[in-house]
Design a binder for this molecule. Structure first.
Ligand code: FE2
Ligand code: FE2
Length: 181
């Protein structure tokens, strides 16, 4: 159980990076070139915010120790720099890459749901949804952790669609997703 918690928490600390870096890069690009952004920035910021909520929710399953936190700091230091550089070189590659990562996230959460249903994660099966998750996803008062995982998986499937779409259109084309979509 703790290995899946560790995997989820670590992945979510990384997952919140691309949206923020991509939004920042496009924001700075817009300022520098004195050109409009075509509506991408808000979608990317929303994705980053959404991933951060996944992380804050996952922290209710397990509190990471000092070694884990050190790995997160190191991982962030490497990944942020790698992603900024990659985004400057090829935004299309980055969105495609994130699209595939999101597919992996959907698979991870599906495995997690299967484990709950097969009785391998008895603690999660009976655990109530944390308050932060119930408020954020507007879940029913009696929502369980399983409902939260379902909501998170739906978010990941949406990120997958958005990123594959952004990878398939020209970076100067209008973003088809409006804020909140
Ligand atoms: Fe996530
Ligand atoms: Fe995601």
């Amino acid at each position: 159980m703790y290995s899946i918690c560790r995997r989820i928490i670590f992945l979510e600390t990384v997952a919140g990076v691309p949206g923020m870096v991509a939004a920042m890069t496009r924001h700075l690009h817009s300022l520098r070139r004195m050109r409009r952004d075509y509506g991408w920035i808000h979608t990317l910021l929303e994705e980053a915010e959404n991933e951060r909520m996944h992380l804050l929710t996952a922290l209710h399953l397990k509190r990471p120790g000092p070694f884990f936190r050190a790995c997160v700091i190191l991982g962030q230091g490497i990944f942020v720099n790698f992603f900024i550089l990659s985004y400057l070189i090829s935004p299309r590659f980055c969105h495609r890459f994130v699209g595939y990562l999101e597919e992996e996230a959907v698979i991870t959460y599906t495995k997690c749901l299967n484990q709950i249903d097969r009785g391998y994660l008895p603690m999660w099966a009976k655990m109530d949804a944390p308050d932060i998750a119930r408020t954020y996803w507007q879940l029913k008062p009696d929502a369980k952790m399983r409902d939260v995982i379902l909501a998170i998986r739906a978010d990941e499937a949406h990120h997958r669609l958005v990123n594959h779409t952004l990878a398939s259109i020209n970076p100067e084309q209008k973003n088809p997703y409006k804020p909140g979509e």
